[in-house]
Design a binder for this molecule. Structure first.
Ligand code: PMP
Length: 390
């Protein structure tokens, strides 16, 4: 009995791009300490006050099935947060609560794409994107953003790939590059979406991690609210990765269908987790800034270190918990550099090639270890880069 082509084809065959990460984990298991600058996981845990709210909700009895679209308080809190940030009138009917942003990305593509539709996304990209698109039966089509454009996607490149496409997925602040899309970039994207009648799936899970410039949600641009599905999450903003709570925000007619989808897939998100999310959002920006602060500090330190050498070039980044370093001056591919760094220095970073073709010759450094250890590791990365120049 054969398994479905769809499930067998989710990764598209070949490597899933995480080889260096798995190799680092194997080394750690075998007893070799490795500085892991790989995945996007905070080095702090969820704040004790949030956990207390979660426990109080669970002990107070919110352990049964929660209402499928999400509890009204949370849907209202998310609506208010997005409205405050974008100025776009938003009510709870524009909000579906999902088990994390990842489930939101999957749901959004379900809403936007029919079987066989082309679904565009920007390369370099977060590793799950192509599989998420294949999961709904659509065809993933990467659209390259170029290093020489500072990885800001160009409207004409997107337009050239848009024939017959149903959707475009973007991510700002961006994983893996750390780039924050400018207004000009987003205006160009919005124009293409309107001209080509595309749904825009806007992954904004890093919207609280902005170090330079402003996060602009494309939902706020003229004529875009009716064709944009914003995916958000408590994972990065509140160090709640394990709680699996996020959302899709979009037009009411889309959310109504997405609620039906949730009925037939997730059947909602645990009530005590949602209550904790209501509490966390109620703490306002102060808590979000507290969670983002270590990355801001480490990025400032990294910039100072990078200024003292000229082999690794920092991609002009403005947000998210990653630095993208252009290593092409070493003459090595990102994969070669990352593998040698792991073997010789026991430091794990992600090769740019893990995120598509556009970031070849780069490596992504997650700023996810304590300040001193991070700075010490980055110094070693830069020394190793200098030694590696051929
Ligand atoms: N989008 C991007 C760009 C991410 O980096 C991640 C997590 N690393 C997600 C979505 C999904 O996050 P979650 O499901 O934890 O909300």
């Amino acid at each position: 009995m054969e398994l479905s082509k769809r499930i067998r084809g989710l990764t598209g065959g070949g490597s899933d791009g995480w080889d260096v990460f798995y190799r680092a984990r194997d080394m750690v298991t075998a007893g070799t300490p490795v500085v892991e600058l790989t995945i996007g996981e905070h080095d702090i845990r969820t704040a004790p006050a949030i956990l207390e709210a979660m426990q109080a909700a669970a002990q107070g009895g919110h352990t049964g099935y929660a209402i499928v679209p999400g509890v009204s308080e949370l849907r209202r809190a998310v609506a208010a947060r997005l409205q405050a940030r974008t100025g776009v009138p938003t009510t709870m009917d524009n909000v579906l609560i999902t088990p994390g942003g990842q489930a939101g990305l999957f749901a959004a593509h379900h809403a936007a794409c029919d079987e066989g539709d082309r679904a565009l996304f920007i390369d370099p990209y977060y590793a799950t994107y192509p599989g998420t698109i294949r999961g709904v039966g659509a065809v993933p089509v990467p659209v390259g953003a170029r290093p020489r454009d500072g990885f800001q996607p160009q409207a004409d490149t997107i337009d050239a790939a848009a024939e017959g496409a149903a959707s475009l997925m973007i991510n700002t602040p961006n994983n893996p590059t750390g780039v924050v899309y400018t207004r000009e970039t987003l205006d160009g994207i919005a124009e293409v979406c309107k001209r080509r009648d595309l749904w825009l799936i806007s992954d904004e899970v890093y919207d609280t991690q902005v170090w330079e410039g402003d996060h602009i949600s494309p939902r706020a641009l003229p004529g875009m609210a009716e064709r944009t599905l914003v995916v958000g999450s408590m994972s990065k903003s509140h160090a709640m990765t394990g709680s699996r709570v996020g959302w899709v925000v979009g037009p009411e007619r889309a959310i109504a269908h997405l609620i039906t989808l949730a009925t037939h897939t997730t059947y909602g998100v645990p009530g005590y987790i949602q209550d904790a999310a209501v509490f966390a959002l109620g703490q306002g920006e102060a808590l979000e800034e507290q969670v983002a602060a270590p990355f801001r500090r480490r990025r400032d330190a990294a910039r100072a270190l990078l200024a003292g050498q000229n082999v690794a070039k920092l991609v002009p980044s403005g947000g998210a918990m990653y630095l993208m370093l252009d290593m092409r001056a070493t003459g090595l591919t990102g994969e070669e550099f990352a593998n040698r760094l792991l073997d010789e220095e026991h430091i794990a970073v992600m090769p740019g090639e893990s995120f598509g073709r556009a970031a070849a010759g780069h490596v992504r450094v997650a700023m996810t270890v304590a300040d001193e250890a991070f700075e010490a590791a980055l110094k070693r990365v830069l020394d190793f880069a200098a030694k590696s120049v051929r």
